[in-house]
Design a protein around this ligand. Sequence first.
Ligand SMILES: [Zn+2]
Length: 324
Amino acid sequence: MADHDLRNPPTSTRRQFLEYAGAGLAAATLSRSFTAWAQTATTDPVAQMRATAATAKLSTLKLTDSLSVISGAGGNIAVLTGPDGKVLVDTSFATAAPQLKAALGALGNDPLRLVVNTHWHFDHTDGNPWMRHTGALILAHENTRLRLSQVHDMPDLHMHFDPSPADALPQQTFTDQATLYFNGETLALRYYPPAHTDSDILIHFTQANVIHAGDILFNGRYPLIDYTTRGNIDGMIAAANRTLSLCDAQTRIIPGHGPMADRPMLEQYRDMLVTVRERVAKLKQSGKTLEESIAGKPTRDLDEKWGKGSIGSDFFVKLVYTTL
Ligand SMILES: [Zn+2]
């Protein structure tokens, strides 16, 4: 089955969100999760993603003596360690807590002190309550708290979210920027105007020269653009450019999903976004419907490189078309 066949949306979109959900997982796990989904087609996709995360295997990549990335369930997690306590960027699924606790323990005994959410999506915030209960302060953009407080439906992904419980909400928020000093590191938090959602921030570990870009970057893949909370293609391009403006040749970039990136990889990704935007805009301006635009396969020559990840090419064209 083509993973970008929108003639059969119930199946293809379900597969897409599962792959989205498991973007950090090994292909074998993805395939298993899809099989499990197919066998239980009435399962709530949100519950299914949490169930998949419960058995996900996590891996830790050390970037510096004090900064690491934990991957394998939900969005990539950055961990800064040191005498001030651990600082985490994003919290994965609640169900991945046992593996995540073990992975954090392997990085030392410093208590978990601070959690930063890159945006509101549940594969980045679902672990907030357990982390808060261990004593961590949760910090995010004000729209992350707002969005987590609301009901949301994401029809493409067949997902429904009730308002999150109080202990899942960030205790502290900011609007444009915040700067934190922990463990000898300076963390520059900067808001991206609506891009992937309207709650996205970057976290720049300035001494380490590492940027966590959240879901602004799906490295090597077409990204999800959540238009239900004001995400849009022009914002994605602007966010990629904003991130590039902070990068030098040595900067390492932690994407929301996918492997570590660097400046050339982010430039290629930005160029892909610009190309697809131009092509889809031309189709839309010429009066083509969404269906006609998808049928025109405007990303055909890009799909080999970008279309094998969590978001299939037809779905990505839909996201671009819808948000232009
Ligand atoms: Zn997201």
